[in-house]
Design a protein around this ligand. Structure first.
Ligand SMILES: Cc1cc2nc3c(=O)[nH]c(=O)nc-3n(C[C@H](O)[C@H](O)[C@H](O)COP(=O)(O)O)c2cc1C
Length: 202
């Protein structure tokens, strides 16, 4: 397998998307990729964070996770983005990072990479698909190669979201099925990026 660079870039306030991101990273690593797991910078005011103990706790728990930079995007052959649903859309924190990519995009540094996305919401019909499709809009603008999980592994028939791994946080932390779906998504993105690399080199 051709070695590829995988960036997993996510935002998580209370840990759900972080757990999915870690599983995606595990799947990507097992598939042979060099992996960078990166959180985006927090943009919420400290008083909003301290008003929710589980948010403040997660900030503390992930203090050692490096923050995403444009270099991570430039370095990567594939990028998997994770975000909690915010009113059916991408979180402001992840969007703020995406909105710093203009110069890299303009220089052609975001085109032709593999992209995929994962999410969490509080309720089953709370906007997981609209959030993933909203990230897809960005990938189109970047000239990305979107690699969704579809139903390409038996776990997808159990996790049930062909657009990207997703979890209903209101039912508790991600369990075996969601984490296996996340690993599968990471693996599949790596395998596709590796095949593209071989094909381009030929
Ligand atoms: C401002 C805000 C808006 C939200 N909007 C939605 C929503 O539209 N649908 C939903 O099911 N959950 C919504 N949620 C719940 C989050 O999606 C949920 O807490 C998150 O997926 C948990 O992920 P995390 O633990 O990684 O932060 C919202 C939460 C906040 C704070």
């Amino acid at each position: 397998m051709e070695s590829v660079n995988a960036a997993i870039i996510y935002y998580s306030a209370t840990g759900t998307v972080h757990a999915l991101a870690s599983a995606v990273a595990e799947g990507a690593e097992k598939a042979g990729a060099q992996v960078r797991l990166r959180k985006v910078a927090e943009t919420a005011p400290p008083e909003a964070i301290s008003a929710r103990p589980e948010w403040a706790q997660h900030v503390q728990d992930t203090a050692d996770v490096a923050e995403a930079s444009l270099d991570d995007l430039a370095w990567a052959d594939l990028v998997l983005f994770g975000t909690p649903t915010r009113f059916g859309n991408v979180s402001a924190q992840l969007k703020a990072f995406i909105d710093t990519t203009g110069p890299l995009w303009f220089a052609g540094g975001l085109a032709d990479k593999v992209y995929s996305a994962f999410t969490a919401s509080n309720t089953a019909h709370g906007g997981q698909e609209s959030t993933l499709l909203a990230l897809g809009n960005v990938f189109y603008h970047w000239g990305g190669i979107i690699v969704p999980p579809g139903y390409t592994d038996p776990v997808q028939f159990r996790s049930g979201n062909p657009y990207g791994t997703s979890h209903v946080a209101g039912e508790g932390p991600p369990g075996d099925v969601a984490l296996e779906a996340a690993r599968h998504q990471g693996r599949r993105a790596v395998e596709t990026a590796a095949q593209l690399k071989v094909g381009r080199a030929a």
